[in-house]
Design a protein around this ligand. Structure first.
Ligand code: PFF
Length: 449
């Protein structure tokens, strides 16, 4: 008996879900930090080039594998390359999803704590040192970070539990517009602050002399993480896409929205930071420490602080949903386990690793490896090793194993959409350019950083 597979109910649904996966802490929290540390507009320019030239073809490759196979991450490779060892790519992807979900849920949990802090006016009158100390105290608290992490995972599991159409699609279709409304409100606020034009100059006036290999390679890593490519997350979402949908326009919309949100986050953070004399290199503290301090000093800051952390939580939730979906589809299809049990199993595994990651950030924690907390090791392992490796294998698979005609059939819906020169260019990039560039970042991140 073949169980009917759930699919997305509409084109907007798949775009909202895939954009929801891409848009996350990586855009609102990591992107501004990378821009600040890597010279502003010059970094953005390179980032945009990479998204257009590499991000789009790689994302399209993932959608193609997913929709052609209509299977989970491992099942996809079993169907498209039977009896080969390509299934390993699927297993690596599932493992990568589990690890990212584990440490991502740590930071996602923080967003809930900070919503509460913002609501109770915790930041009022505190200077940056007091706010930073509060962050350290929270990380060292015995129970709270873990409690929030578990709550976040339960929230994610609840949505996954309901399936694709009634869970993922329904909730991302509500959450994504909400996220945009909040982003726009915060942008307007930031742009109307005195002295905000300096921040805009930092963001949009590139100093080309700043471009070096470090900036190019950092932009590449950021682009992969932000677009959710390299581990097959979009293979899983692609497997639920209707055969009539246009994969090229879907890919384009997802990449565009993801990039737009990253730029809007920059517009929220930098004009505000410049206006209050905060250095753009403030790094990862920018979102959890600097911004609350800035909000506290502006009119209406109480509300803006709350909505900022709500924004961060929503963005994180639509990403954790996509990560758990990869694991759940894999468990339920490959081991013929009910979706509800697979959800409990998948989220419990993520919770166990995630709690260890959270505990590793405590002072004097023994959960360290190479002198770094487990959390940092998991982050490094996935973003710097598994994603580039996965992306490399995925483009390699599409170009050399799946063959050109199958690829063209899939992106043209068996010839019913036009097969122009654009398709040829995309295939050329997938076959030659993407592998070479990915190998370059890989070497950089392994040996130079
Ligand atoms: N793209 C997400 C972000 O920018 O926060 C993170 C992410 C989600 C990475 C899902 C990979 C993934 F499969």
């Amino acid at each position: 008996m073949k169980e009917k597979r759930d699919t997305f109910g509409s084109k907007l649904g798949i775009i909202a879900a895939a954009a929801g996966s891409a848009i996350g802490l990586g855009n609102i929290y990591r992107f501004p930090c990378m821009v600040g540390e890597n010279g502003g507009a010059a970094f953005i320019l390179i980032y945009l080039l990479i998204v257009i030239c590499l991000g789009i073809p790689i994302m399209l490759s993932e959608f193609v594998i997913g929709r052609r196979s209509e299977k989970n991450l491992v099942g996809a490779f079993k169907i498209l390359a039977p009896g080969s060892s390509w299934t390993i790519v699927g297993y690596i992807g599932v493992l990568c999803a589990l690890i990212i979900l584990a440490f991502y849920s740590t930071v996602s949990g923080w967003t809930l704590e900070y919503i509460l802090k913002a609501c109770t006016n915790y930041f009022s009158g505190k200077d940056i040192n007091a706010i930073e100390q509060g962050f350290v105290d929270f990380q060292n608290a015995s129970f709270r970070p873990i409690l929030w992490q578990i709550i976040f995972l339960i929230l994610t599991a609840f949505i996954i539990f309901k399936g694709i159409k009634d869970g993922v699609e329904k909730y991302t279709k509500i959450l994504m517009p909400a996220l945009f409304v909040i982003l726009i409100i915060l942008c307007i606020k930031s742009l109307t602050l005195e002295g905000s034009s300096e921040g805009l100059k930092f963001l949009f006036k590139p100093d080309l002399s700043k471009i070096d290999s470090k900036i190019i390679l950092s932009a590449l890593g950021q682009a992969f993480f932000s677009l959710s490519v390299g581990m097959g997350c979009l293979i899983t979402y692609g497997s639920y896409v209707d055969k009539k949908d246009n994969l090229k326009t879907t890919t384009l919309s997802v990449c565009l929205t993801d990039t737009l949100v990253a730029i809007l986050s920059g517009i929220i953070i930098f004009p505000a930071a410049f206006s209050f004399g905060v250095k753009p290199e403030a790094g990862f503290g920018l979102a959890f420490n600097t911004l609350p301090m800035i909000f506290d000093q502006m009119a209406g800051g109480y509300f803006f602080c709350i909505i900022f952390f709500v924004l961060l939580a929503i963005a994180a939730l639509t990403s954790t949903i996509s990560l758990l979906e990869v694991i759940v589809t894999f468990i339920s299809e490959e081991y013929k386990i009910k979706r509800s049990y697979a959800t409990i199993l998948g989220s419990s595994c993520a919770a166990i690793i995630g709690i260890l990651a959270t505990l590793s950030l405590r002072k004097n924690s023994i959960l360290t490896l190479f002198d770094k907390p487990l959390f940092d090791n998991l982050d490094f392992l996935t973003a710097n090793i598994m994603l580039p490796l996965g992306a490399l294998l995925i483009v390699f698979f599409v170009a050399w194993k799946m063959k050109k005609d199958n690829f063209y059939d899939e992106i043209s819906n068996n010839g019913s959409l036009k097969n122009g020169i654009v398709n040829k260019i995309i295939f050329f990039i997938i076959k030659y350019i993407a592998p070479i560039v990915i190998v370059l970042i890989f070497i950089n991140q392994m040996f130079l950083s």
